[in-house]
Ligand binder design. Structure first.
Ligand SMILES: Cc1cc2nc3c(=O)[nH]c(=O)nc-3n(C[C@H](O)[C@H](O)[C@H](O)COP(=O)(O)O)c2cc1C
Length: 212
């Protein structure tokens, strides 16, 4: 199937250096709010790229659950394929494709585990079914059937019939500590606006305009 004529013009208000906050996290916060106010479903969903020398590059969607001056936090299984790659190489990239706003945000940084206490704090807010689910899925492992998974769920649900469900040792959060954050705003004739913030040690961030 030839889809080479599948295209549209990206018409939106231009992005100028003067429009940007000096702090990329504040700029991200503004764009995140605008994405959710615009009704973009799962505006907190992002593509997480990982790489290690043995398995090469890999990519998947995860959900952002917290961000602040320290970085961007998501939760996952610590034995999953992504986690194995992160253990081998903590350098990762994340991408928020807010296409209905003709926008994307790209973050590159170093991934580190958050504390068990911080993981537990979030785990405790999850619906009970999701907490049980975290106990019964060896994420990224090959399984024989759906019924195998459902059986494991029934067993875990039975085990944790009442009371608080503990945090599995194989489950928790990672923080991506950014060293660069790029804001992309689509423009007419493919002359898009791109601004890249780069961390300058303790002195804050530099901001540069990139060619589209
Ligand atoms: C919308 C959406 C949200 C997701 N959120 C998460 C998440 O927050 N954490 C997670 O571990 N997997 C999440 N997943 C599943 C991942 O994309 C992926 O299948 C899983 O983490 C296993 O990835 P891996 O084998 O590369 O480690 C999500 C998938 C989708 C489509």
């Amino acid at each position: 199937m030839d889809i080479s004529d599948y295209r549209r013009e990206y018409m939106s208000q231009g992005l100028d250096l003067n429009d940007l906050d000096k702090d990329p996290i504040k700029q991200y916060e503004l764009w995140f709010q605008q994405a959710s106010e615009a009704g973009i479903q799962d505006a907190n969903a992002f593509s997480l790229a990982t790489y290690d020398i043995t398995s090469g590059p890999s990519l998947r969607t995860v959900l952002l659950k917290l961000f602040d001056a320290k970085g961007f936090v998501f939760f996952t299984n610590y034995n999953s394929q992504k986690s194995k790659q992160i253990q081998g190489n903590g350098q990762v990239a994340m991408l928020f494709p807010w296409l209905p706003l003709n926008r994307q945000v790209k973050v590159e940084g170093r991934c580190e585990k958050i504390s068990t206490a911080a993981s537990l704090k979030y785990f405790a807010t999850r619906p009970r079914g999701s907490q049980i689910g975290a106990w019964c899925s060896d994420q990224s492992e090959v399984i024989e059937s759906r019924s195998f998974l459902e059986q494991k769920y029934r067993e875990a649900a039975d085990k944790f019939k009442s009371g608080t469900i503990p945090l599995p040792s194989s489950w928790g959060g990672y923080r991506i500590v950014p060293h660069s954050i790029e804001f992309w705003q689509g423009q007419e004739n493919r002359l898009h606006d791109r601004f890249k913030y780069t961390k300058q040690g303790s002195e804050g961030w530099s901001i540069e305009r990139l060619a589209p």
